[in-house]
Design a binder for this molecule. Structure first.
Ligand code: MP5
Length: 280
């Protein structure tokens, strides 16, 4: 790996929505990237009028302006990894898929559909448009609900998560991390442990490799921004040149601390603290 130069750090790009409440979206992504010593550039896909209690209003950015933001960044910076978050509409999903098609850098796709507060962040018509973006992904990071929508099958246990991960890899993603925050155990109970399942293509002779990462379940509803921070952490590590499996394992491991030390700001459930991420 090249020696780290703080004046010329690796550059990553987030393509995501703005959370006026600061806990998720672009705001969480840039904090997570900075915590990794990675310079964050940002293409804003939508602004949300949002706080810890919910999403009041969503204003998608016109797709041609999403494309011009992307071109401005791609023309000037040596972007080493890209992550996508909230893409809001089918047109924006398609525009971003077209824009990243020849980027030739790792692409982490967090298929944001619904906020932790239950508010929709993606038009239902856009769910199908995600297939082509997933096919281009180095890693796709759905939670159980998003994995259900993307694979059309229930995702309730780690075994289901593995099946969904295999299906996302069959769609063309190099790897899928199906997050286990909302899953029961294999035997149906909600246990002390959260199991995140990583399915990767490209083992020997095309074999699929499966890893299960276990973390202690933290009893809190202050998980706002956790998906954004995790996918940005993986993108930042990939921008630093780390291999995928290790990047995911470290990012998943560090998320416990980001949740445990979450911010208690605003009247609703608080947000994770992305500055806890980015260790060696
Ligand atoms: C702009 C934006 N992007 C993503 C999320 C998802 O985050 P969460 O599921 O934690 O609410 C969000 N609420 N707002």
């Amino acid at each position: 790996m090249p020696e780290y130069d703080p004046v010329r750090p690796p550059v990553a790009l987030t393509v995501a929505g703005s959370d006026s409440g600061g806990g998720a979206g672009i705001q969480a992504d840039l904090s997570a990237m900075t915590a990794h010593g990675v310079f964050g550039t940002a293409v804003v896909t939508a602004t949300t009028a949002q706080n810890t209690r919910g999403v009041e209003d969503v204003h998608p950015v016109p797709a041609d302006h999403v494309a011009s933001q992307y071109a401005a960044v791609a023309d000037d910076f040596d972007v080493a990894a890209i992550k996508t978050g909230m893409l809001a509409t089918a047109e924006i999903v398609e525009t971003v898929t077209g824009a990243v098609a020849d980027a030739r850098v790792p692409l982490v796709v967090d298929p944001v559909m619904v906020a932790a507060t239950g508010d929709r962040l993606l038009s239902p018509a856009a769910e199908e448009a995600y297939e082509d973006l997933i096919a281009a992904a180095t890693l796709v990071t759905p939670n159980a609900d998003e994995a259900e929508v993307l694979t059309d099958e229930p995702v309730e246990t780690p075994a289901d998560a593995e099946r969904a991960g295999r299906e996302l890899v069959a769609l063309g993603a190099d790897a899928a991390l199906v997050k286990g925050g909302h899953l029961a155990d294999d035997d149906g109970a909600t246990g002390e442990t959260v199991v995140d399942t990583l399915v990767r293509a490209g083992g020997k002779e095309g074999a699929i490799e499966v890893d299960r990462f276990e973390s202690p379940r933290i009893d809190t509803d202050a998980t706002h921004g956790s998906g954004c921070a995790l996918s940005s952490a993986v993108a930042a590590r990939l921008a630093r040149g780390e291999p995928l499996r290790g990047a995911v394992e470290k990012a998943v491991g560090e998320m416990s601390e980001a949740v445990r030390r979450g911010y208690d700001v605003g009247g609703g459930p608080g947000a994770v603290n992305p500055t806890m991420l980015g260790g060696e």
